[in-house]
Structure formats: structure tokens, C-alpha cells
Design a protein around this ligand. Structure first.
Ligand SMILES: *Cc1c(COP(=O)(O)O)cnc(C)c1O
Length: 411
């Protein structure tokens, strides 16, 4: 009889988004005329940049003739894309990252999960609370945790609460951990990290032989010039950090799929015999065995992000969403709601008025103004009393949702 991976049974069965969908459907059935506006899920809404589309169309045509046809590409990605990324995203910011240290993939979500393949099963793992659920669930699936308690916290994980009280920046742990997940700009809180804060983490990681998983999926949304876009802007990070990036949010590739992971050749982990092993070699081996590369067509589309036209168009796309974020921040503030984030990130994180629970506020927004957001408690116990509003939507929907909220909540 085939047995299963019992760790899957520990998962809180995708509680958050299905529960949101259930409540929205119930409401919609009872109120068929209500025009519900969804500012909940973190997916982009605006069309692909023209530069990317043009490059992809050209690549399709190339594939249609014998001389231009491509079969399997390099598992690590085409050299021209890795070069463009190394130059534009890293070297131009003074980060000493070589193209050979960049691995192209079909998504940051999968890389965030797959990276655990090359690490041992006895690492102590730290996550912030609230957190992007992928970091936690992939560790549960890999058997790195115990069961979840009532609040949804898994035994064996180290949770670092981030709330308004600590300005949404985690305290560096006093205990020793081996793997640390950081996401800046943050999903869901919209918080950012200063160079000084990241420097503290790098110092901690180096002192403890730990590895930082740095998720920079939202780096393009940073407008404050003092904030770091990459962890490799921090001295010493080449010795302790893996960085994840994606074309999903800056270039609208959530449905197109292209991302990258940086594994510096200077990074090592301990083998059972106590020797130091290069993580780059393990990740390269893992990708070569379990992955066959991203479509040539999609990689050409991603390369176009770095053309002059592509840079201008992705910048305009990001600015569009950030104008939405500004509108959300201003209108909620006018409705006497305390907001955080939304300045260097496309998420506004609000404190629920009158100390409502996250789900009570969800129900209130849905029922009174027909607007859907995401309850903060769904991202972790410390998210209770908070609520996420996404700036990924049309201007019309954002304006309308904020008009309704301002009218109902004005004091
Ligand atoms: C959207 C997002 C990503 C990107 O995921 P893809 O699989 O590349 O689309 C990564 N991390 C976080 C925190 C995100 O919100």
C-alpha cells in the first residue's frame, strides 16, 4: 500500500483565500445587485508592457523557422538574460554578483519552496509573523515543523512578530537559528528595511553560520533612494544570503512566469561530516536534475524589461500601482483609519478601527461597502487586528472602493 507524506496533513488546508471566497460568494448570492470590489488577492491587473510583448512575438516567429528554432535551453537560463540581470539589477547598484550566480526560473514561489531541497532537515527556521504563507507551508510539507496550534503557529518554527509597536521590523533573535526568511518590501505589511537593519541581519547570520532567504519580489516598488533594493548592497551578504526576485510584480508576469534566484558562489553550508559545501553547486545540481529551464519566448520577454523601452514601461506600470496605493492611503487616513505601508510597496496594511478583529472588519467592509480585502490574521497570529488592501487594481475600482469607504467610515 502506498503511503503519503503525512506532513501535508499538518497544513491548515489553505484556509485564508478559500474562506474569503466562501464569504464573498455567500454575500453575492444574498445580494445579487451589489457590485463587489476585490482588493484582496495580490495579483496584478494591468496589461503586459509592449516591449515584452514585442520581444515575445519575435521569439515565437524565430521558433517557427529551422534556423531560429530552439529546443531545451540551459537549465540555469540563457546567458543573455542572466547578463542583463547581473548588470542592471546588481552591478549597477554596486552589488558584486556575477551572471553565473543567477538562476532563471518560472517563479519565485516555486524557488522559495524548492530551495529547501538543498538544506538539511534539522535546521532551526525563523519567519516573521505575519508572513507570506509559502515560507511556512513549504517547511511544513518538508517535515521541518510540528503540528499547528489554535493560532496556526507550527511547533519548531521561530516566529518573529512584526507589529506597529516595533515598526514592522523584526527583532534579531536572541537564540541561534540557521535559516531566516526576510521579505522586503514586505508582503503583507508593506514595510521596508533600511540598510542598517539588513546589516544587523547579515552580522547575525555570519556570526551564527545562518543563511538568509531574501525575497525581493517587490524591490521595483521602492521609491525612497536611501532604501536597499538587494541584500547584496550590504557588506558581507555574499557569505550568508540567497536572494529571490521575480518579473511577476514589476512587469506583470504573474501569468507569464519568469523569476530568478541568486546563489553566490561564496555561500557554503555544513555537510554531515563537518565539511563546508558550496550551495551554488547543490542548487545547480538540483535545477539541472529537476528543472528544464524557462521557455525561450518568456526569457526574451523578460530580457526586454531591461531595454530602454522596457525600463520606461515597467516604471510606468509600477508608478500606476503606486498612485493607487497613494489614493488608498490618503482616503483611508481621511476616514480616520490608521494605515501603514503603501509608500514603497503595493500593499497598504491598516489597523482595524475600534479594535475589530481582522475577520470582523472583513465582514463589515464586505457587508457595508461591498469591498473585499485580506484579514491580517490570515498571515499569522500577530496579524490579528490588521488588514491588507492591495493596490493591484484598476484606478476606477480603487477610486470607487475608497469613495464608498470614506462615505461610510467618516467620523
Ligand atoms: C508575488 C510574490 C512573489 C512572486 O511569485 P512568483 O511565483 O514569481 O509569481 C514572491 N514573493 C512574494 C512575497 C510575493 O508576494
Amino acid at each position: 500500500m502506498a503511503t503519503i507524506n503525512d506532513n501535508y496533513l499538518k497544513l491548515k488546508a489553505g484556509y485564508l483565500f478559500p474562506e474569503i471566497a466562501r464569504r464573498v460568494n455567500t454575500f453575492a448570492e444574498a445580494n445579487p445587485d451589489a457590485k463587489v470590489i476585490r482588493l484582496g488577492i495580490g495579483d496584478v491587473t494591468e496589461p503586459l508592457p509592449e516591449a515584452c510583448r514585442t520581444a515575445m512575438i519575435k521569439a515565437v516567429e524565430e521558433m517557427g523557422v529551422r534556423e531560429g528554432f530552439k529546443g531545451y535551453g540551459p537549465e540555469q537560463g540563457y546567458a543573455w538574460l542572466r547578463d542583463a540581470i547581473a548588470q542592471n539589477d546588481f552591478q549597477s547598484r554596486g552589488c558584486n554578483i556575477d551572471a553565473s550566480e543567477i538562476f532563471i526560473s518560472d517563479g519565485s514561489k516555486c524557488d522559495n519552496g524548492n530551495i529547501l531541497d538543498i538544506f538539511g532537515n534539522n535546521n532551526k527556521i525563523a519567519v516573521t509573523d505575519p508572513v507570506y504563507p509559502v515560507y511556512v507551508d513549504t517547511n511544513v510539507m518538508a517535515g521541518h515543523t510540528g503540528d499547528a496550534n489554535e493560532a496556526g503557529e507550527y511547533g519548531g518554527l521561530v516566529y518573529l512578530p512584526v507589529t506597529a509597536e516595533n515598526n514592522f521590523t523584526a527583532q534579531i533573535p536572541t537564540e541561534k537559528v540557521d535559516l531566516i526568511y526576510l521579505c522586503f518590501p514586505n508582503n503583507p505589511t508593506g514595510a521596508t528595511a533600511t540598510k542598517e537593519h539588513l546589516q544587523e541581519w547579515v552580522k547575525y547570520a555570519k556570526a551564527n553560520g545562518a543563511i538568509i532567504f531574501f525575497d525581493a519580489a517587490y524591490e521595483a516598488f521602492i521609491s525612497d533612494p536611501s532604501l536597499p533594493h538587494s541584500i547584496y548592497e550590504i557588506e558581507g551578504a555574499r557569505d550568508c544570503a540567497i536572494e529571490f526576485r521575480s518579473f511577476s510584480k514589476n512587469a506583470g508576469f504573474t501569468g507569464t512566469r519568469c523569476a530568478l534566484t541568486v546563489v553566490p558562489k561564496t555561500l557554503t553550508g555544513k555537510a554531515a561530516d563537518g565539511s563546508d559545501v558550496e550551495l551554488w553547486k547543490l542548487w545547480n545540481r538540483r535545477q539541472s536534475t529537476k528543472f528544464n529551464g524557462v521557455s525561450y519566448i518568456i526569457q526574451r520577454g523578460a530580457e526586454a524589461v531591461y531595454s530602454d523601452a522596457g525600463k520606461a514601461q515597467t516604471k510606468a506600470l509600477v508608478s500606476f500601482y503606486m498612485e493607487n496605493a497613494k489614493i488608498i492611503r490618503e482616503r483611508l487616513t481621511a476616514a480616520s483609519i490608521q494605515v501603514y505601508g503603501g509608500v514603497n510597496a503595493p500593499y497598504v496594511w491598516l489597523k482595524t478601527p475600534n479594535n475589530l478583529s481582522s475577520w470582523d472588519f472583513f465582514d463589515k467592509l464586505l457587508n457595508t461597502v461591498n469591498v473585499v480585502g485580506t484579514p491580517g490574521s490570515g498571515f499569522g497570529a500577530a496579524g490579528e487586528g490588521y488588514f491588507r488592501i492591495s493596490a493591484f487594481n484598476s484606478r476606477e475600482n480603487v477610486e470607487e472602493a475608497m469613495r464608498r469607504i470614506t462615505e461610510k467610515f467618516k467620523v
